[in-house]
Design a protein around this ligand. Structure first.
Ligand code: ACO
Length: 315
């Protein structure tokens, strides 16, 4: 019990679109290489806004859609690996940008691509201590600011964007969680300081290692969540995986024999938006009217660390 009730969601997708063909003009790559290997056709790239400004736009929309008075909020949590500042936390910047009340505890979570799920889980814990209150959770990533645009093995993968949700506790439906940290912290790195060595401030990734980790933990998390809930995959209405590579998701549904139609996939349009990817997928599904009250939703994300988290709840 003590699940999450999503009262409203918000999205900010940067208007600038960069296609695979556009990228083939700046690095030695092609749509023929990128699309079949990743499922990515386009990505949206932020120009002119800070990460906090993208996050604030998504939060504003989520607040409007939820019809929640900001006085009712107890916390604002921002998931990001690509902040404008290490300190203050970007959630504090967003709070001030939106002129939200001072009683709201605001802080960031760096859970890489699993950050949104971690933020939801932590918000759930805080809400349990604040009866009747709501939480504002946002995942916002400015991946392009941390991209080496000369490295074809990473620059074709990532995109920017933000999504937010206003949540409250739902005391009547169940919530299931799983997560962990596997070996391989060197597989995805973004060095924050020149003291950590070369390649400071850019994403470096050994893609094949992350691929193997991802297909293993996605299957493990799905099996664990279904086992805890006493459900089969057929009972679940929607599965939202971190949108890193279409082939990762395809591998999982083929291996597990799960109906592909249950998986929401939007990687073709956005690329990998790291911590924002599952948040954007959920907000987009909500905006499109694809989610019905009582639908069982499974969300599973993985990323730098190497971490993974999965949650199962009812909409
Ligand atoms: N265009 C053309 N050729 C390329 C490109 C490109 N954009 N990128 C790499 N290549 C070349 C490589 O140089 C290599 O050439 P070589 O054989 O001559 O050396 C060849 O293509 C194969 O490269 P691989 O890296 O082995 O390609 P792979 O099939 O593994 O696909 C990919 C790479 C798409 C990155 C895949 O491994 C993947 O998706 N991994 C998972 C990534 C992920 O899930 N990340 C999530 C976390 S991100 C985060 O937390 C911030």
């Amino acid at each position: 019990m003590n699940s999450l009730h999503f009262m409203g969601t918000g999205l900010y997708i940067p208007p600038k679109v960069v296609t695979n063909d556009d990228l083939s003009k700046i690095v030695d790559t092609s749509d023929e290489w990128i699309y079949p290997r990743t499922g990515i056709k386009r990505r949206h790239i932020n120009e002119g806004l800070t990460n906090s400004e993208m996050a604030a736009r998504a939060c504003k929309q989520a607040l409007e859609n939820s019809h929640v008075n900001p006085d009712e909020l107890c916390c604002l949590i921002m998931a990001t690996f690509s902040p404008d500042t290490f300190s203050p936390a970007n959630a504090c910047t967003v709070l001030h940008m939106l002129d939200l009340p001072e009683h709201i505890l605001s802080f960031d979570i760096n859970g890489a691509c699993a950050g949104f799920l971690m933020a939801l889980t932590v918000a759930r814990g805080i809400l349990a201590q604040c009866p009747g209150k709501k939480a504002l959770v946002v995942a916002s990533e400015f991946c392009s600011d941390f991209t080496d645009w000369t490295d074809r093995s990473t620059c074709v993968l990532f995109g920017d964007g933000a999504a937010a949700a206003v949540i409250s506790l739902d005391n009547f439906s169940p919530f299931y969680f799983t997560g962990g940290t596997g070996k391989g912290d060197e597989a995805i790195q973004v060095k924050a300081s020149p003291r950590a060595g070369d390649d400071f401030h850019v994403i470096r990734m050994t893609g094949s290692k992350v691929f193997r980790f991802a297909v293993t933990v996605l299957q493990q998390a799905i099996t664990e969540l279904l086992g805890r809930a006493g459900l089969t995959a057929d009972d679940v209405d929607h599965i939202i995986c971190h949108q890193a590579n279409f082939r990762i998701i395809k591998h999982v549904y083929e291996k597990m024999g799960i109906d592909p139609a249950k998986f929401y996939i939007n990687i073709e349009e956005y690329g990998n938006t790291s911590g924002a990817s599952s948040a954007i997928a959920l907000a987009e599904m909500n905006e499109k009217g694809l989610l019905k009250r009582g639908d069982k939703i499974m969300m599973i994300c993985f990323g730098a660390g190497l971490v993974y988290e999965g949650i199962l709840f009812e909409w």
